[in-house]
Design a protein. Structure first.
Ligand code: CU
Length: 648
């Protein structure tokens, strides 16, 4: 704690709360730490990490030149894609302003869009046999986008649902979720990362797979067997096809998966493991001094699947290969490699020079730098000891979690317990680790508010990392915003990293709780403003097609919208009918969206320009129901209604 004590003399009175928070967080951890006789969590920071924290930075953009206060009408330079957390959505921000521009519902119903209400969204989300939604809760943590040539290509972004082990894909042309896949035999699907190239075919220099890490070990199959045999619980690493969204294969592993990273050459994926012990109680999960960064040899796994060297589990037909330690002792045939990493690591991130994966120590005050070429050497039988792939393991501060990059050789790691971001130089850390103790690898430290988790920089996880801005997801905001009762927002802080010293630029409250995010240049996306009728098989292209058709008790209502009127002034159905209402918005002017709500029938959704949506419901209440436009569209917006008449 010497580092904290040293820093505290420089802290302002207002930051007394930081010390309180820090000791509270440490106290929580110490319970487990004491139980396993661990000392690293309370160990002093490294000699190289002894640089004192700078005084709290000015809020304005005096240094670095990044202006977070855009003039009215001025557009942001970057898109940010954020996970929404409990709200099960993806949030789109503009940066550096930090303004939230859009939310893309994925796993959880959304009353603006009609997500979970329209037939089209229900088909994506998944339904029970009675047509109701299979799930209405989710927990999105990580979001990453598709790559080409080592940079984002603007096709897709993916996001996980940890609660129900689902992966959603969002089309980045329309910013809509178009596919959701539930992973078989996996619980606690956590880390997610698309590949950046094919491991074998160099012509495929873009994303074709998405890797998903399963965190919670469970009996396999989880059908009531082995409940009381935790030693038989296992987790799996899953590969999903980026286009079809089908599950391609799974790898049975020892330990768990946490975060996920992929190499730029497509050959390796990895996940950090905080529970190599396969413990089911947290003190068991912290008993080992070293856990692992588990590497997957993608080409070999796919060869094994092709050669039929797999099994299937339960009712799933997905091929499962054996990635356990026991089955992968021979490097020349191994599908997996368990590189050891100190104590319950969190976060694994690929450096933009494509050379390293960096794991943050969490319960160890260290970052571990693993050289990917050496991991490949081990697989090729050219390097005897796998852990020789570790080229640096240096102390950086307390509670390191996630790492971002500036493209100039520096890494930025969040320190949860220290409530800081530490900037450190990767090459210097490698030299220090190799024996040159005179090297100062810590470049700068900055206090953040408070207890930071994820961190990411502009273009950080691409070959085009530009070292301009850094966003930090602080899990606690405490005193940073007006109090609104017991639930505090989280605090997303923005940092200028264009200079030698980090400069804190802005605080932004966010509803709980985003986890991970990516930030990239706005010109990488070309979002469309108007749909095409071709996007929708049910599209009504001419208002003359509007009307009611009946097939027994099944009734179809076709209706179009053109400001300020719907094509039908009224439509009549009978009590007990199963009504499918199809609405096409024939307005093709940018930003001219209409809504459609039916009182007492739990229907509300929007149709964007040339978009078609449908809803199906039982007309179980007779009477007159004024269906109306819920999305302001015209001076006569209030007059934009139609009567649904349900005859008794
Ligand atoms: Cu309208």
């Amino acid at each position: 704690m010497s580092n904290k004590t040293e820093n505290s003399t420089k802290e302002t009175a207002g930051l007394g709360r930081r010390r309180f928070l820090n000791s509270a967080a440490l106290a929580g951890l110490t319970v487990g730490v004491a139980a396993c006789n661990d000392k690293p969590a309370a160990a002093p920071a490294a000699s190289g990490a002894a640089a004192p924290a700078p005084a709290p930075a000015p809020v304005a953009s005096a240094a670095g030149g990044t202006n977070v206060h855009l003039k009215p009408g001025e557009l942001d330079t970057y898109y940010g894609i954020w996970s929404g957390g409990h709200t099960g959505d993806m949030r789109i921000l503009g940066l550096p302003s930090g303004r939230e521009i859009h939310r893309v519902p994925c796993f959880v119903p959304d009353a603006l869009v009609g997500w979970g209400i329209t037939n089209e969204s229900k088909a994506v989300m998944g339904t029970k046999p009675d047509g109701s939604l299979k799930y209405t809760v989710a927990d999105t943590h990580h979001t990453h986008a598709s790559y080409k040539d080592g940079n984002y290509d603007g096709r897709y972004a993916w996001i996980n649902d940890k609660i129900n082990s689902r992966i959603a894909r969002v089309r980045l042309d329309y910013f809509v979720c178009d596919k959701i896949t539930e992973l078989p035999n996996v619980q606690g699907f956590h880390g997610i990362f698309p590949d950046k190239a094919d491991p074998v075919d160099p012509a495929i220099n873009y994303t074709t797979r998405v890797f998903c890490g399963g965190e919670f070990a469970i009996p396999l199959p989880n059908n009531g067997q082995d409940i009381n045999n935790p030693e038989k619980y296992r987790s799996m690493f899953t590969c999903v096809d980026a286009e079809s969204m089908e599950v391609r294969w799974q790898v049975l592993i020892d330990g768990n998966c946490d975060l996920t990273a992929t190499s730029y050459d497509g050959k390796l994926a990895a996940t950090n493991q905080y529970n190599v012990e396969n413990g089911i109680h947290y003190e068991d999960m912290m008993s080992a001094e070293r856990d692992a960064c588990l590497f997957f040899n993608i080409a070999r796994i796919e060869e094994a699947v092709k050669a039929g060297k797999f099994k299937t589990i339960g009712s799933s037909k997905v091929p499962v290969v054996d990635g356990t330690r026991e089955a992968n002792k021979d490097p020349k045939t191994a599908l997996t490699a368990y590189v050891s990493v100190p104590k319950n690591p969190h976060g694994v991130n690929a450096s933009p020079d494509a050379k390293y994966f960096i794991c943050a120590g969490k319960l160890s005050p260290t970052a571990t730098v693993i050289e990917l070429a050496k991991v490949l050497d081990w697989f090729d039988g050219k390097m005897e000891k796998l852990d020789d792939a570790i080229v640096a393991e240096v102390e950086i501060g307390l509670g390191p979690l996630h790492t971002a990059f500036d493209g100039r050789g520096n890494a930025y790691t969040t320190l949860f317990l220290d409530s800081q971001v530490v900037k450190w130089n990767v090459d210097a850390a490698i030299k220090f680790h190799a024996g040159d103790k005179s090297v100062k690898y810590v470049v700068d430290r900055l206090d953040v508010h408070y207890q930071p988790g994820h961190i990411n920089g502009s273009q950080s996880e691409t070959r085009a990392a530009d070292g301009k801005i850094l966003a930090v997801g602080c899990k606690f905001s405490k005193d940073r915003f007006l109090p609104v009762g017991p639930l505090h927002p989280e605090n997303e802080q923005l940092i200028d990293i264009s200079g030698e010293k980090m400069v804190l630029l802005a605080d932004h409250p966010v509803r709980g709780e985003p986890h991970d995010f990516i930030i990239f240049k706005r010109d990488l996306l070309k979002p469309k403003q108007v749909y095409s009728h071709d996007d929708f098989p049910l599209a009504i292209t001419d208002p003359k097609e509007s009307g009611v058709t009946r097939n027994g008790k099944k009734v179809t209502v076709k209706i179009t919208s053109q400001a300020p009127a719907f094509s039908l002034r009224e439509f009549t159905v009978k009590k007990g009918d199963e009504v499918t209402l199809i609405l096409t918005n024939l307005d093709k002017i940018e930003d001219l969206t209409h809504g459609f709500a039916i009182p007492n029938y739990n229907v509300n959704f929007i149709v964007n320009p040339l978009e078609t949506k449908s809803v199906t419901f039982i007309a179980d209440k007779p009477g007159v129901f004024w269906a109306y436009c819920t999305h302001f569209c015209h001076a006569l917006h209030l007059e934009m209604r139609t009567r649904m008449i349900v005859e008794p």
